[in-house]
Every structure is written in C-alpha cells, then in structure tokens.
Design a protein around this ligand. Structure first.
Ligand code: ADP
Ligand code: MG
Length: 303
C-alpha cells in the first residue's frame, strides 16, 4: 500500500502515483502483441514493441537485500511502453516482489548493478517520494493496517501531498468527499468503508479493493500490482479486475504480479514474463500462462 510508516505522520513514499491526469472511465482491453513465447537469455531488454512511448526500461538490474547482502535480482531486463499490461509470473521466492519493491525504491534492497530508466529519467536517482510523484504506484502483497487513521483521511492526505508537490490547490474534506465517493462504486465498496481505519479488520478481499481505490484516487502512470488476486474469491477477483480495467488508458501501464491464469483472463496482458532465480527467463503471451496452468513451472523452466 501507499506508505512507508504506519503512523499518522505517514511519509507518503511508495505508491502515491497521484493525479496528473485522470484515468479514463471506460475500460480498454489491451491485445497481446507478442505471439509466441520467446526465450530471453540475452541482456537486451525484453517486452515493448508497442505503439506507445517507452515508459520504463530496466537493464541488467541486480539487487541484494540491504541487511544480509544476499543477492535476489540477478540481471532483470524489461521494457514497458505506455498502454501495455505486463504480467510477471514465477515460483514463490523467485524475486517478483523484490523486483516490484526495488522499482518503488523500497529501503530493504540495494541495487548492485544495471539501470532503470523511467520516462527518460534515471529512476535510481529518485527517492521513493519523487518516484510516487512521477506516477509510480505499487499495491503491496500484504497491505498494512494504520490504526487510528480513517481511510478517507488517509486518502485525502495522500492526494493532497501530491497536489502540493505539483503546485495544485489541495482539496478540503468536503471537496475531497465529492471526488472520492464516485470512485467507491468503481471498486465495489460501500460508503462506510471511508470511515473505517485503513485496512483495520478488513478481509483479504477488502484490502485488495482498498488498494485499487487508492490507485483510483491517486492515479498512476505505472501501477505495480503485487498479487492483487491473493485471497480473493472468483466474484471479488472479477470485481477487482474490472476496476483495474476501468483505470486503463492508452497512456498508463500496469505491471501485474500473479500466479493465476484466471486473473489474466480478466485483465488481458500484453506480455507475460516468467521470473526465475532473480531473472526474467521467458517472455510470451497468454499461452505461457496456459502452459503454466496445465503443466506447472517445470514445463517452462530454463533449468
Ligand atoms: P516472490 O515475490 O517471487 O515470491 P520475493 O521477492 O518476495 O519472491 O523473495 C525472493 C527471496 O528473497 C525470498 O527468498 C525471500 O525470502 C527473500 N527476501 C526478499 N525480501 C527480503 C527481506 N526484506 N529480508 C529477507 N529476505 C528477503
Ligand atoms: Mg511475492
């Protein structure tokens, strides 16, 4: 979720990809452009090839856990263009969440090699807050609770933090309520959700919806969604996927981490990547996820 510290003095540091431009209300389904699974053993960045501008380019990225210096990422290559949906799949422990967290500047990790360019800028030179202001949003695999802070106050605070940075007027509580209320419908949440403390007592599904509500309120050019399908029943999954689709435009992109084909049947990916041992070892289209579903990772493993 969108913060570093679970306290009222929250430093908005990761997922406040705020509203530079509103997301289009209509849904847009992106067609897979890659037709066959391809191996990606060369250091050349993979993905891309779309019509949109290059948004993110990751080259040979390696990273260690800051505390133990254990290597987790071992040369990740990935390019994302505007309007593309990229799914990253892979066994538990392959480095998917680490990759996502490194993108938003999580302090648990240190970069030991490679580069990340975002909208033409060196992302690694930007602190987490600057990344958020530049439109990077991440929904965490396990969103944290913030006792004592209501959802609406939190959202209002996060929204205004970015408005301030962008030199835009802040919205007071009443104006903000008018802005946020219609968005609840998009994520299938009732109005009383706004008055509950952030994630406190929320079910798994409610937490995930809440993450998407944050994305809807704050906006993002690149939304990184880590296992938004975990803990969801099929109906909730469909709702959450529908909300994500409702936020897609030809200008923004999504990096979706998932284990399941069923999410990708709702949110159509442009590309699917397989992560293994800290690297993207294969890139392809939906057929890669279909093989995975039927035969497991051994069918596509590079080992
Ligand atoms: P995935 O999301 O693909 O399941 P992760 O990126 O969460 O994988 O983790 C990759 C490996 O790095 C795992 O062995 C995990 O235990 C370890 N790891 C990731 N982050 C940390 C951390 N902050 N402290 C210690 N170990 C970590
Ligand atoms: Mg993970």
């Amino acid at each position: 979720m969108a913060l570093c510290a679970p306290s009222i003095s929250v430093r908005i540091c990761t997922s406040t990809g705020l509203q530079r431009r509103r997301f289009a209300p209509s849904s847009r389904t992106l067609k897979p452009r890659a037709t066959a699974a391809v191996e990606t053993k060369s250091p050349t960045a993979v993905g891309g090839g779309g019509d949109g501008k290059l948004l993110l380019e990751v080259k040979d990225l390696s990273a260690v856990i800051a505390e133990s210096k254990k290597t987790i990422l071992r040369g990740v290559n990935l390019s994302i263009h505007e309007g593309e949906v990229h799914a990253v799949m892979g066994k538990n422990g392959s480095g998917k969440s680490t990759f996502a967290k490194v993108l938003v500047g999580h302090p648990d990790y240190e970069i030991t090699g490679g580069s990340i360019t975002y909208k033409g800028q060196d992302l690694l030179e930007m602190d987490p807050e600057e990344r958020a202001i530049a439109g990077l949003f991440m929904s965490f695999q396990s969103p944290v609770e913030i006792p004592g802070v209501s959802n609406i106050d939190f959202l209002n605070m996060a929204y205004n933090a970015r408005r301030r940075k962008l030199g835009l007027p802040e919205l007071g509580p009443i104006e903000f309520y008018g802005y946020v209320a219609p968005k609840l419908e998009l994520v299938g949440m009732k109005i009383d959700f706004l008055n509950r403390n952030v994630n406190e007592g929320f079910s798994g599904g409610e937490r995930k919806r809440n993450e998407i509500l944050q994305l809807a309120v704050l906006g993002a050019e690149l939304a990184i969604l880590d296992e938004i399908d975990s803990g969801l029943d099929v109906d909730a999954l469909r709702d959450v996927a529908k909300s994500v689709n409702g936020l897609l435009t030809s200008q923004n992109s999504v990096l979706l981490i998932t284990h399941y084909l069923r999410l990708l049947e709702f949110i159509k990916p442009t590309y699917i990547h397989i992560m293994e041992n800290g690297r993207i070892v294969k890139t392809g289209d939906i057929s890669l996820a279909e093989i995975l579903e039927k035969e497991g990772y051994k069918a596509i493993s590079s080992a």
